[in-house]
Design a protein around this ligand. Sequence first.
Ligand code: AMP
Ligand code: ZN
Length: 493
Amino acid sequence: MKLYEENQLKVYNSLSKSKELFKPVNDGYVGMYVCGPTVYSNAHLGNVRTFMFFDVVYRYLLHLGYKVRYVRNITDAGHLENDADEGEDRIAKKARLEKIEPMEVVQRYTVDFHDVLKNYNFLPPSIEPTATGHIVEQIEMIKEIMEKGLAYEVNGSVYFDVLKYNETGNYGILSGRKIEDAIHNTRTLDGQSDKKNPQDFALWKKADERHIMRWPSPWSDGFPGWHLECSVMSTKYLGEKFDIHGGGMDLKFPHHECEIAQSQTCSGVTPVNYWMHTNMLLLNSQKMAKSTGNFILPNEILSGENNVLGKAFSASVVRFFNMQANYRSILDFSGDALEASEKGHSKLMDAVNYLDKIEANKTSTFDVNSWKDDCYAAMNYDFNTPVLISHLFEAVKNINQIKEGKASLTADDLNVFSKSINAFVFDVLGLMNEKTEGNNSDKLSGVVDMLIQMRKEARENKDWALSDEIRDKLLALDIQLKDGKDGTSFSIN
Ligand code: AMP
Ligand code: ZN
């Protein structure tokens, strides 16, 4: 029996605004699409909060035994400034300012994004498709929408006819916007907009002569509208109707509203069963955002090179900090909050590291199975990670009591207890055990210090050959010795 058969997972659906029992389209399989980054700059910690939560959703679904196809795209074209239908493409603008190719911008920030994900222990998605890799499919979808009579061409650009769609569909179903308020951000200079109605949004934009990211189409040399790629790629890889679609709350409108309208027009069915949206990470009480300069980069936290924090923090502590908040609540980032998380994280890891040393007893003094059920219940209740963490701290309390001889577990219970803690801490939350990694680096430092001492003795004995050999062999291992007035130090490259 698979774990998902024993667990009643409930998911808060932004569409119905209620927690619903999770039932996948195909038994045992889950299709999940999460809007990925627009790679015109480094992903900041706010972006990472959203992606990290969906990493934990992915991890938990896998833990329950589902076969998951997780698609997270890379937006490398079509996302204009201010999420608008006019203005410059974010990537093209960066390329123009830096005098490099747009694809150099895309490459640089995709590599950076992957570096962050690796440092923060993300599982890679099953497919990571790009907008530019699906231009042909996007043109096909526009043709289909036009054939259904819900899009029109003006001066080489194609727009989705929102008012017409709304005659039978429900534009605003997700964001709750009334049709008259759902006006797209377009610069209507002197009424210049090509749109029939301000609610309409672009499916294809004709490129002006300065716009370097352009592709041929039946309508003009141009580029696809931002919302189209996600409809195309989710349908292509997950089908017309799939289970979970995620992103940050700020994507509900216009992005996800438009996705629903496009997909529904083509297939005739509502494309997504469960819409999930994460709340925002704040810095200085404001949304963390690239555009306002109010952000911190994930790798700057690891290196300590930033103006926000007094010291460096580990990736696992940042993960733990994120998971201490419910994904639907805003979360305030600060050095004090991270320090508190660091203390909690350390207590948790000390307890986890003690698990191997516990010896079984004849009796159990606490109910391991009921504790384990509580952990599953927390995750089953809309991935409630802060409640899961509170149960993990009950486990810490029990481990510490065992340490002091005040509690005990039978061999069977110890086995269940230990397996469950490891599963929730490492497999589901994706935390990393830096204590053991730290032990290894302590050992390495000890060995290098020993070799530095031996080299010092060799030099005192004028045994230059041995002294040079120690230095060169360490250098071959990328360990560089530096002789200074206070003795010899080393760095690992
Ligand atoms: P973008 O690269 O701007 O398309 O954003 C990538 C993802 O990060 C989207 O799902 C956004 O909703 C999300 N996001 C942006 N800013 C924040 C923030 N401050 N906190 C949480 N998620 C965010
Ligand atoms: Zn999207």
